[in-house]
Write a protein that binds this ligand. Structure first.
Ligand SMILES: *Cc1c(COP(=O)(O)O)cnc(C)c1O
Length: 344
């Protein structure tokens, strides 16, 4: 049975063009720097993001962790938003791998205020840890795919420069942010010292993420990647799909955003279902179903019977994520299915 799979944009299978490019990729040993397809992908990424250098990594998590390790020293403190991916879903990696502690700030719909960031920067005091990094998440996953406005990025960057602290952007879905803001990723990346982005989410590549930054930063990061077991050999087979992702998949994300909006508006009109429409900016919808008197797990089980997959959980929040393989017709099917569940 074919499911309409709205659990995540990580479920996206590679396109036929990606499969063909994987088959025909020229490859070499990337630990020796000899994989031409990896080299091409990294040059492309650096160029698109307006940074000196780029490095392919196995996953977004590995990319984020390498960046934290490269920017900090053990015992430092880093500033992050309370519900960010690095804190929630990376297995405590910043504590174990980088040996740093997190200073967590509550964002408004995932977005931290630059003045709150400035207030959280430690003083030069013998008792206090050194604040050595600010991490931003754009778009913010757990806040519902919300985008950091450019003026907030600018404000944060000014604070960071004033205090001589680098910014790392977890840009797993940065192309969704760029699409929403109608700006280039280069412009967004200009307010960060390092950026990690995922090829394997809405861009449909099967595996891999990329870290971009200065030449010196990437040189340092390469050593940590090796340490974490991310030195891959003929990785050009993965990079080949990544090149298609960057060439063909970034400019179509507004289709996913349109589908998400149609789905969210439809869902919001169903009695018992509530969505904060302000957070529906990109391809993620967080849906409060407490009015339906069932848990997200029960709700997702009912949808599953109807051939639709969503992420449940023990709370009353259900997440829907649109992506390349979700069509307009699928959106109608989902709305009809939710209506049927809500009316019973
Ligand atoms: C998915 C995601 C990551 C991690 O990517 P993986 O490839 O799953 O390790 C990091 N940050 C954010 C915001 C994400 O959504």
């Amino acid at each position: 049975m074919k499911y309409i799979d709205l659990r995540s944009d990580t479920v996206t299978l590679p396109t036929q063009e990606m499969r063909d490019s994987i088959c025909h990729a020229s490859v070499g040993d990337d630990v020796y720097g000899e994989d031409p397809t990896i080299n091409r992908l990294e040059e492309m990424a650096a160029d698109i993001f307006g940074k000196e250098a780029a490095m392919f990594v196995t996953s977004g998590t590995q990319g984020n962790q390498i960046c934290v390790m490269s920017h900090t020293r053990p015992g430092d403190e880093i500033i992050l938003e309370k519900k960010c991916h690095i804190i929630t879903y990376e297995v405590g990696g910043i504590a174990r791998l980088a040996g740093v502690q997190g200073r967590l700030l509550r964002g408004k719909k995932g977005i931290m205020d630059p003045s709150d960031i400035e207030a959280a920067i430690r003083e030069d005091d013998i008792h206090q840890p050194k604040t050595s990094l600010i991490c931003l998440e754009n778009t913010h996953n757990r806040a519902g795919g919300t985008v950091i406005p450019i003026d907030v990025l600018k404000g944060t960057y000014e604070v960071a420069k004033k205090h001589n602290i680098p910014i790392h952007m977890d840009g797993a879905r940065i192309f969704n942010a760029a699409s929403y803001l109608k700006v280039s990723v280069k412009e967004i990346a200009s307010y960060a010292d390092s950026v990690m982005f995922c090829l394997s989410k809405g861009l449909c590549a099967p595996v891999g993420s990329i870290v971009v930054g200065s030449k010196d930063f990437i040189l340092k990061a390469r050593k940590f990647r090796k340490m974490l077991g991310g030195g891959m050999r003929q990785a050009g087979f993965l990079a080949a799909a990544g090149i298609v992702a960057l060439e063909k998949m970034t400019s179509r994300l507004s289709e996913d955003h349109n589908n998400a909006r149609i789905l969210a508006e439809g869902l919001n009109n169903i009695p018992g279902v509530n969505i904060d429409m302000e957070t529906v900016q990109t391809n993620i919808i967080l849906c409060d179903i407490s009015g339906l008197k069932m848990s997200a797990n029960e709700f997702s089980a009912k949808l599953y019977e109807k051939g639709i997959r969503v992420n449940g959980g023990s709370t009353a929040t259900v997440r829907f994520v649109t992506h390349y393989w979700i069509t307009k017709e699928d959106i109608n099917t989902v709305l009809e299915a939710v209506k049927a569940i809500a009316i019973k």
